[in-house]
Write a protein that binds this ligand. Structure first.
Ligand SMILES: [Zn+2]
Length: 123
């Protein structure tokens, strides 16, 4: 899995930087639009990727328009629930890395004749 140096949320750049002074494997800094990952704490490539997915999910949920819609029983916002973030990001990492085969651009090539028409499946 490739970890980018930067990605965009609503057009705003989020930087991913390596910071070996962190006390944890990674941390999201929403106000700075930055994710920091400790290469020192992440001993394997898989743990580096998993940490990226974890921090990415924090950033995505915080920046989603539904962030205030789902509050936990203790009043905390969902994007701060470490159990939720860890479970979902672990599954996200698995879905992105434990794969088989690739769909190519050719597989998505649309027939000009049918372009724009609804098929039975797209109802
Ligand atoms: Zn976290």
């Amino acid at each position: 899995m490739k970890i980018p140096k930067k990605f965009y949320l609503y057009g705003l750049p989020v930087q991913i930087v390596i910071d070996n002074s962190l006390d944890s494997m990674g941390q999201a800094f929403p106000q700075e639009y930055r994710i920091k990952i400790s290469r020192k704490k992440c001993k394997t490539r898989a743990s580096l990727e998993q940490t990226y997915c974890h921090e990415l999910l924090h950033m995505v949920l915080l920046n989603s328009n539904i962030v205030n819609k789902y509050k936990l029983e203790n009043g905390k916002e969902l994007w701060l629930d470490e159990d939720f973030i860890d479970n979902v990001s672990t599954l996200l990492h698995q879905a992105l890395t434990m794969t088989s085969g690739n769909i190519t651009a050719k597989d998505f090539k649309l027939n000009k004749k049918n372009y724009g028409k609804r098929t039975k499946r797209s109802k």
